[in-house]
Design a protein around this ligand. Structure first.
Ligand SMILES: N[C@@H](CCC(=O)N[C@@H](CS)C(=O)NCC(=O)O)C(=O)O
Length: 211
C-alpha cells in the first residue's frame, strides 16, 4: 500500500498509527502542504485525491481511499486484528463519539485551508488566528475530558479509534502551546499510547519527511 502523507498532518498521523497497529507494510509518499503554495494542489496529486488533502491510501489493487476515518474503518474491516473498535455496539458508539468530536468538530476548524483563509482572505492577524486555534481545541478537549473512561487508554483497557484520533490532536495542541493542565485524563491517555511502538513510529518527528 502507498500512503500519501505529510509529517505534520494529524489526519495522516491517524492512518500511520492504524497501519502500524495492524502491522501492515506501507510505502510513504510525502506531499508537502506548504512548499510551492502547497503541493497538494498539483494536478498529479489532484488526480489521486480530488479534495487535495492528505491522507490518501492507495491499495495494492490501485484503488485510492481518502478521509482518515473511512480509511481506518476499511483497514479494520479487512484486517480485523487487533480490533480498533469494540465488539459491543454501545461501546463502539462511545469510541466513535470521541473520534468524531476530534475529526469532525475540532480538527476542521484548525486545518491548513481554513487557517489560510482566515489569514489571506479575511485578513486576520496571526494573534487572532492563534486564539481561534486555542479556542476550538480547548472547547473540544473540555468535552473529551468528561467522556474519557478509566484508562489507561481513552476508552479503557484497549487502544481504539478514539486514541488514534486523540494522540495527533494532542500533538497539534502541544505544537501550538495550548495549555493541557485542565485535561489530566487526556494527558494520561496520550502518554500511555505513546509508549506503544505503533504510536511512537507514527509521530511527526519520526517521519522521513520531518523538518
Ligand atoms: N477529514 C479529513 C481531513 C484531511 C485534511 O484536511 N488533511 C489536511 C492535513 S491534516 C490537509 O491535507 N490539508 C491541506 C489543505 O487544507 O490544503 C481526514 O480526516 O482525512
Amino acid at each position: 500500500m502507498k500512503l500519501y502523507t505529510y509529517f505534520r498532518s494529524s489526519a495522516a498521523y491517524r492512518v500511520r498509527i492504524a497501519l502500524n497497529l495492524k502491522g501492515l507494510p506501507y510505502e510513504m509518499v510525502s506531499i508537502h502542504l506548504t512548499k510551492d503554495g502547497g503541493r497538494q494542489h498539483t494536478p498529479e496529486f489532484r488526480a489521486v485525491n480530488p479534495q487535495m488533502r492528505v491522507p490518501a491510501l492507495e491499495l495494492s489493487s490501485g484503488e485510492v481511499l481518502t478521509q482518515s476515518l473511512a480509511i481506518i474503518e476499511y483497514l479494520d474491516e479487512i484486517y480485523p486484528e487487533p480490533p480498533l473498535l469494540p465488539a459491543d455496539a454501545l461501546e463502539r458508539a462511545k469510541v466513535r463519539a470521541i473520534a468524531q468530536t476530534i475529526a469532525c468538530d475540532i480538527h476542521p476548524l484548525n486545518n491548513t485551508s481554513p487557517l489560510r483563509y482566515l489569514k489571506r482572505q479575511l485578513k486576520h492577524e496571526q494573534a487572532d488566528i492563534d486564539a481561534w486555534y486555542h479556542h476550538w481545541i480547548i472547547e473540544g478537549f473540555t468535552a473529551i475530558e468528561a467522556m474519557i473512561a478509566p484508562g489507561p487508554y481513552t476508552c479503557g483497557a484497549h487502544v481504539t479509534l478514539a486514541d488514534i484520533c486523540l494522540v495527533p490532536q494532542v500533538a497539534n495542541a502541544r505544537r501550538l502551546n495550548v495549555p493541557l493542565d485542565k485535561f489530566p485524563k487526556i494527558v494520561v491517555a496520550d502518554a500511555a499510547c505513546l509508549k506503544l511502538p505503533a504510536f511512537d513510529k507514527a509521530r511527526p518527528e519520526n517521519q522521513p519527511d520531518a523538518e
